[in-house]
Each structure stands twice: as C-alpha cells, then as structure tokens.
Design a binder for this molecule. Structure first.
Ligand code: SF4
Length: 316
C-alpha cells in the first residue's frame, strides 16, 4: 500500500520543496502538503508551541497539527548546515525535537540530519533516510536526480540581468527577509499583492547570483556563519553598492534572534549610503491597517526622495 508523507508548508518548504517533492515521488510516496497558512493553522500553532518561539516556528507547529492525523509520516529534516563553515538558525536544527515534545499523537517523524558542512554530508543524509524509511535499496541516484530538480528551480528564480530592471521612472524596492516571511502570504498579510499595484520594480534576495551575494557578505572582520544571514546581507549590500535600489523593506518575524543582528547590519549600510529602509515586524497580533499605513508612508517618502527631495531624512 502506498504510504503518505506529510510536508508542512512552512519554514524550509519555501526553498527546498522541489527537491523533496522529486525525491519522495521517486521513492513511490504520496505527498500531502499542508494548505497555505490560514487563521486556523496559526491558532493551532500558537496553542501547540511554546510562547517564546518566533512566529514562523509557531506557524510550523500549526501545519504539523493539520497533517498529523492524515499521513503515515511527517518530514521535518534537521538541517544543520548547507555550506562549509556555515550553520542554520538553531531553531531549524531543533525543530523536530520541539515538535515531538509539544504535539501528542504524531505519526512517525522523518528527521534526517542534513549537514553539508561535512564533505560526506550528502552520503550521511541519504543513509539516514534509508534507515528512517526502512528502505532496502540505495536511493543515491534518486537523490542526485532530485538535486538536479532543485538546481533547475534555483536557476529559474534568477533573473537574466537584474540591471535591466532599473529604469529611471519606477522605484526599485528590495523586499528582504527569510523566505517564509517573504513568501507566506498569511504571515505578511499579502504584502506582495499590495505592492503589485504600486509603480515599483521589486527585487528579492533570490534575484542575486550566489557568487555575488557571497562576495558581498564577506567584507566583515568576523565571518557571518549563518547561511541565510550571508544571503540577506550579501544581496542587500550588492544592490546598494551597485546603486540598483531606491529602498529596502525588511520583513522580520517577532522573536527572530538572527534578525536582531541582520537588521542592524543592513540598517547601518543604508544609513551610510542614504538609502531609505523600513523594518516591518510580523507577529500574531499585527493589525493590517497599521501595517498598510506604514507601507504607504514609506513608499511616499521613497518617491519624494527619488523625484527631487533627496535631502529628506531616510530614517526616523
Ligand atoms: S531565523 Fe529567525 S525566524 Fe527563522 S527560525 Fe530562526 S529565529 Fe525563527
């Protein structure tokens, strides 16, 4: 009988779903994806999770609650690191432990260790999956095929030439934040849809080639060792230094430890280069009206500065 594996539509889903989908399908699993985040999922997550967690972790709990009685397994990889000398946020590392200790009645949790800091990382992850899923055959080839799907997906995200997006009339705005804050419409109150009606060219960290954001995030005395941190800092510094953007909108989840440092570094660069920046903090209490007012005021200020008043303060 075909087994069903549940994948929560949260956290790393926004970056790695193509590889997971290709991999589990090639193993013959049926996949059940939780729906887009909604009020019920948020409320279930708040009830299940510890109060101190950041909003994306609470939402992840809600997606697991949705899936738990409908599937044979739930996939919650323990992603320790994706590059040499780099780590992920500790909450990603311990996510499956948090879930197991907070939610009762779970199906089997598949939580292989993915640690690509180690040169045998892929081999170990594949072996871990084999043991956890009790497979009696090697799935190395399947995994390699799945990685190819992921590479295709990443390439499609890159724009051919971002400098083509810059024109004199419209303003260029960088939307910065962890992918689950930028692409989960519920968490950010559908901000991308709201911005679609404005005369703006939108940029994302995913638009910047990896070699460029890595180079631009390597200018600190102490190496940034979070993979996401390197991407967010590197892409914003790249766009600022190449004079490709007129403003930055940073979407930060309440309670995010990494962002307390990353927001500071982006803000410092913006002050230095006189680039307007707004930080929108997302939490379960955020009201849409206040959010929209702040966005409108920021966009107006960006517009005035672009037209003829670049003496206007970008901050405070
Ligand atoms: S990076 Fe921030 S938002 Fe993401 S899991 Fe860690 S603390 Fe939460």
């Amino acid at each position: 009988m075909t087994k069903t594996i549940g994948i929560p539509r949260a956290m790393y889903f926004y970056e790695f779903y193509p590889v997971w989908e290709a991999y589990f399908k090639s193993l013959g699993f049926e996949i059940l994806l939780s729906p887009k985040t909604n009020k019920d999922i948020l409320n279930a997550g708040i009830l299940a999770c510890v109060d101190e967690a950041c909003l994306p972790v609470k939402i992840f709990h809600g997606h697991v609650v949705f899936l738990k009685d409908k599937v044979d397994y739930i996939f919650i990889p323990r992603i320790i690191g994706l590059h040499k000398r780099e780590y992920n946020c500790p909450k990603h590392l311990g996510l499956s432990d948090m879930i197991k200790s907070s939610i009762d009645g779970l199906p089997e949790i598949i939580d292989p260790i993915i640690n690509l800091r180690n040169k045998n990382g892929v081999k170990i992850a594949v072996k871990d999956m084999k043991n956890e899923l009790k497979l009696n055959y090697s799935q190395k080839e399947l995994y390699k095929n799945a990685i190819r799907e992921q590479e295709k997906y990443k390439k499609n995200l890159l724009k051919t030439d971002i400098s083509l997006k810059k024109d004199e009339k419209s303003s260029n705005l960088l939307i910065l934040g962890h992918p689950y804050n930028v692409y989960d419409e519920f968490i950010n109150m559908n901000i991308l849809e709201k911005l679609k009606d404005e005369d703006l060219n939108l940029f994302f960290a995913e638009d910047i080639p990896e070699k460029d954001y890595r180079e631009y995030s390597s200018q600190f005395i102490k190496r940034i060792f979070w993979t996401q941190g390197r991407k967010l800092i590197g892409s914003s510094y790249y766009l600022i230094d190449n004079e490709l953007i007129d403003g930055i909108m940073y979407l930060s989840a309440f309670g995010c430890g990494l962002d307390s440092m990353l927001v500071y570094l982006v803000e410092k660069k913006c002050i230095e280069k006189n680039i307007p920046m707004i930080v929108l903090t997302l939490d379960e209490q955020t009201g849409e009206a206040g959010f929209v007012t702040r966005i409108d005021a920021f966009l107006d200020m960006m517009e005035w500065r672009k037209k003829d008043e670049n003496n206007l303060s970008t901050f405070r």
